[in-house]
Design a protein around this ligand. Sequence first.
Ligand code: URA
Length: 280
Amino acid sequence: MTTAEAALAVLRWYADAGVDEAIGADPTDFFAADPILSPKTPPPLSGQAVDADEPNWPQRNSLPPPPIAPIAKTNAPSTDEAVAAATNLAASCDTFEALCAAIEAFDGCALKNGARNTVVFDGVIGADLLIMGEAPGRDEDRVGKPFVGRAGQLLDKMLGAIGRSRTENTLISNVIFWRPPGNRTPTATEVAVCKPFVDRLIHLNQPKAIVLAGNAPLQALLGRTGITRARGNWSEIEGPGSEKIPVLPMFHPAFLLRRPEQKRLAWHDLQSVAARLTNS
Ligand code: URA
């Protein structure tokens, strides 16, 4: 095997294992961390010998690796400030169009800095069923719509099984509007900062039932953790006019892709959703 083939084989192995981004949880200035990439003096002219004793020109393998410096978070609002700004902005939105524009313009969530797109919703505005997921993944970030990757395709099939679709009678969104790096779980701060927009989306849409797909929406909307225990049990959140909106936690489609034997429980939950909406 040539060196190039070996390198490609390793990359393929990483991709198959789900490692699709060479990044961490926080933005990192790798140029600043590497004295070769970020020299204190200009590079030598071509043909000019590099003096290994010159302190600004360390040999790549002769120094211990420098500490990696996270990018300074200058002028970043505190969580309270960001939540307050999101709350004011969300309250000023009377239409979905205004809400999407407000979320896109909002700079209070650091995830936006690493995302290609702001992903707000897909489907039918005003639909009686709202599906709330976690956060955009790689495909959603690229396309700008929620649930368009493999998990989204499974979600579409699940909805189809109860006569539902995003083109006819269902609205789909997430509790986070920007892709977390490497698809990590959103932090409590990120969830809190996005929450006023999520509440506004629910208020503007006025669904008759909401499905919480996975732990993040369960935590964001019901303040609970533990989807395995919570799934299949209806509870309520307060709607715009203090009316109650029924909410059902369910397994996330991405989980069902990994654990297909759990689809039996998901089917049970889907039928419960269908029955609830038929009787409402
Ligand atoms: N998973 C989610 O929770 N939401 C998406 O939009 C895609 C995958």
